[in-house]
Design a protein around this ligand. Structure first.
Ligand code: UDX
Length: 457
């Protein structure tokens, strides 16, 4: 009898940097354990990235914005609506074409921010697995609020969430708190991302059990929730896990020379600053951040996307000279893994938070919107690896240079800095343990592959 072909998994991330990379790294780990994986993204994104260097296959479908992607849509709301409508149709056509071509998929792993994909899978009789690129904490809040299991706290009050410290309104994900600018489609999507769970066989989280054990236990009461993270390429953690394949998708051109710039800096002396692929600060806020970094007195490497660099105050770069370097995009993992970096000033996107925890770098948390206020609270109060620039965060919070300078100093020097650094090193070891043989994420991957192997073609 001919041997059974390996399971073939369709991986469907929401088409943006912060979602594609974690799902790509997950796909690579799957492939290293036997299954085949094809990552499906949009025609626009595939046209701008190099896809040859990975063990994972790539394919693309239309989202209705083949020429310009999300930035060519009139609004984010419009993009989300069309992505669901056009994406549902083109994804179904793609799955049918694979079947007709004799290379059918065994299972679909879809991003919880693309819940329509779960309906496509159900319609075509394909088992579906939900994948959350955000923390268990943020996901639990969305899930509980949506099912009316948790009230949104009023001003000045706190609520208790299983496994989390008391939370104020501004520490909830911004779409739930509805502080700042209100995005109706994103709010509905965030709250409804787990609506399809009765159709999904598993729910995977890019997190580790040790990091969020109690909140995960609360979620497990509802579904087969498992952690398989962090999806940081394991060459940065332990090469024995799945080899040297550090391929990742970069939607912006990284400035690799900034890693050499770090080489001649003393250990833990440089402040690294990045607000990820989407968040923007206005000119006033950019200036306060700039002067706060200047006043803190340490060398700094600041990722300011090209579209943002015009907001720097006049003469700032000349004033700081060699002490500061501003780049449009960098190889963030190489930077965080570099011994010269002593602190990460971050918006606390979930990927950046996990990367800092995995590489043992303490943080100054400056959350902006979406899940970031919740992540920032955990960084400071639960994991003890950083301080928050402004308690509560949120888009409307004004930063001051004095606060930035004070937070950077607290993380870089003194007794509290040493405590945060030693906590960060402990988390780094915990991550290594979770990913290594027999660790919590490794065991969940083993069981997930067994599940894939058990699916009848
Ligand atoms: C978005 C949301 O903002 C975030 O809150 C959510 O959890 C995931 O989706 P983004 O804002 O881009 O993501 O932040 P983040 O999650 O931190 O992801 C950014 C990614 O880009 C990280 O993997 C980081 O390593 C990478 N990056 C960032 C670079 O490679 N180079 C850079 O210069 C900056």
């Amino acid at each position: 009898m001919a041997p059974m072909p390996p399971p073939h998994v369709l991986i469907l991330p929401y088409p943006s940097q912060g979602h594609i990379n974690p799902m790509l790294q997950f796909a690579k780990r799957l492939v290293s354990r036997g299954p085949k994986a094809t990552l499906v993204t949009t025609h626009f994104i595939i046209s701008s990235v190099q896809t040859k260097a990975s063990a994972v296959a790539f394919a693309s479908i239309s989202d209705g914005y083949d020429e310009g992607g999300v930035l060519s849509a009139d609004s984010l709301d419009e993009y989300f609506r069309n992505l669901a409508e056009v994406g549902s149709r083109t994804l179904a056509e793609f799955i049918e074409a694979q079947r007709a071509g004799g290379e059918p998929f065994t299972c679909m792993v879809y991003d919880t921010y693309a819940p329509w994909a779960c309906e496509v899978a159900a319609r075509l009789g394909l088992p579906a697995v939900a994948f959350s690129t955000q923390s268990c904490a943020a996901s639990a809040i969305y899930y509980y609020v949506n099912r009316a299991l948790l009230p949104v706290p009023g001003d000045g009050s706190h609520v208790s969430v299983d496994g989390l410290p008391p939370m104020s309104r501004s520490e909830f994900p911004s779409f739930v708190a509805r502080d700042g600018v209100y995005y109706p489609t994103l709010t509905d999507l965030s709250l409804g991302q787990f609506n399809h769970l009765e159709k999904a066989d598993w729910v995977l989280f890019n997190s580790i059990e040790e990091l969020e054990s109690e909140v995960l236990a609360g979620l497990k009461a509802y579904r087969n929730a498992r952690t398989i993270g962090p999806t940081v390429p394991s060459m940065f953690i332990d090469r024995s896990i799945d080899g040297d394949d550090c391929y990742s998708v970069n939607l912006l051109q990284a400035d690799d020379a900034c890693v050499q710039w770090l080489d001649d800096k003393p250990p833990a002396s440089v402040v690294y600053v990045s607000f990820g692929s989407f968040a923007t600060l206005n000119s006033e806020q950019t200036a306060e951040l700039a002067y706060g970094l200047r006043d803190a007195g340490h060398a700094f490497l600041w990722v300011l996307r090209a579209s943002e660099q015009g907001k720097l105050p006049a003469g700032f770069l000349e004033e700081v000279g060699e002490r500061g370097r501003v780049v449009g995009w960098c190889p963030q993992l190489k930077v965080l893994a570099h011994g010269a970096v002593g602190c990460f000033v971050s918006h606390c996107g979930w990927n950046s938070t996990l990367e800092a925890l995995s590489l043992g770098v303490p943080m100054v948390a400056v959350p902006q919107w979406t899940d970031q206020p919740t992540n920032a609270k955990m960084v400071e109060e639960v994991w003890g690896v950083g301080v928050r620039a402004t308690h509560g965060g949120g888009e409307q919070v004004l930063l001051s240079r004095a606060e930035i300078c004070g937070c950077v100093s607290q993380v870089m020097i003194g007794k509290r800095a040493q405590e945060m650094r030693s906590n960060a090193v402990k988390w780094k070891e915990t991550v290594r343990g979770a990913l290594g043989g027999g660790g919590s994420s490794d065991r969940n991957m083993v069981e997930f592959v067994e599940f894939l192997n058990s699916i009848k073609a």
